[in-house]
Design a protein around this ligand. Structure first.
Ligand code: ADP
Ligand code: MG
Length: 242
């Protein structure tokens, strides 16, 4: 589904991601873990076109994404959320989703698409993420957990085949965290999507991931099945002390 091939990014001489290579299979749940500052968000931004790589290549279903702007990456079948909340905070939940749907349509279809189709898609997304009752609420005034649910709906609006979630549970209460993971996993399975995510809670990572890649100082130091990664001595050093 996704191939990251030797991707590298430096900021003013500091290499945040160094020749990172990883492969995500179709339908897999793949976690990227690593300490704060390891380069996880930078790696995601390189995949989604929010940052331009210095070297290396990213391919989605064999098609080169490198060099494409974010909106073209989204249209290639990739949906994402950000580590920080990014919803239209002064608009209603419903309006957010409507904008998400319009923004992700191809320009030429936008004009012709009947309004009732968009109404149906909006209802369906509200239903999927459990925000039907909040559809008229102002997005920015909802709880953090609910804003994250809305973000997921926005990511789903483009009907992605792969979803990238950067710390989806960051800042959530334990209950919100459980609900968020349950929702994400339900949607991923229902829609047959591939999932690439970062997460600092190892219980969650080892509970849901099929594959795990470990990033440390911008380099992938291990990649494989959860048991392999858990048994890897470099990984243990990174997580259990120096
Ligand atoms: P993570 O998501 O794993 O916590 P990041 O990818 O956010 O790590 O950051 C990796 C490193 O790159 C950090 O040291 C961070 O300070 C640095 N970095 C990230 N973005 C920028 C930027 N735009 N300019 C300069 N340094 C950056
Ligand atoms: Mg990050």
């Amino acid at each position: 589904m996704l191939e990251v091939d030797g991707i590298t990014k430096s900021f003013a001489g500091f290499t945040a991601v160094n020749k990172a290579t990883l492969t995500v299979g179709v339908g897999q749940v793949h976690a990227v873990i690593g300490p704060n500052g390891a380069g996880k968000s930078t790696l995601f931004n390189l995949i989604t076109g929010h940052l331009t790589a210095d070297a290396g290549e990213v391919r989605l279903e064999g098609k080169r994404l490198t060099g494409l702007p974010p909106h073209a990456v989204v249209r290639s079948g990739l949906g994402r959320s950000f580590q920080r909340i990014s919803v239209f905070s002064k608009m209603s939940v419903r309006e957010n989703i409507q904008i998400g749907l319009v923004a992700r349509e191809r320009e030429e279809l936008c004009f012709w698409r009947p309004l009732r189709d968009r109404r149906r898609d909006t209802d369906e997304l509200l239903e999927t993420v459990g925000l039907i009752d909040e559809q008229n609420a102002t997005a920015g005034q909802m709880s953090y957990g609910k804003q994250k649910q809305l973000e997921l709906a926005l990511a789903l609006a483009g009907q992605p085949r792969i979803l990238l979630l950067d710390e989806p549970t960051a800042g959530m209460s334990p209950r919100e965290t459980d609900e968020c993971i349950e929702l994400v996993m339900r949607v991923v399975k229902e829609r047959g999507m591939t999932l690439l995510f970062t997460e600092h809670d190892m219980n969650i990572v080892f509970g849901i991931a099929d594959r795990i890649s470990v990033l440390h100082h911008g380099e992938i130091i291990a990649s494989g099945a959860p048991e392999e990664v858990r048994a890897n001595t470099s990984v243990q050093e990174v997580y259990l002390g120096r």
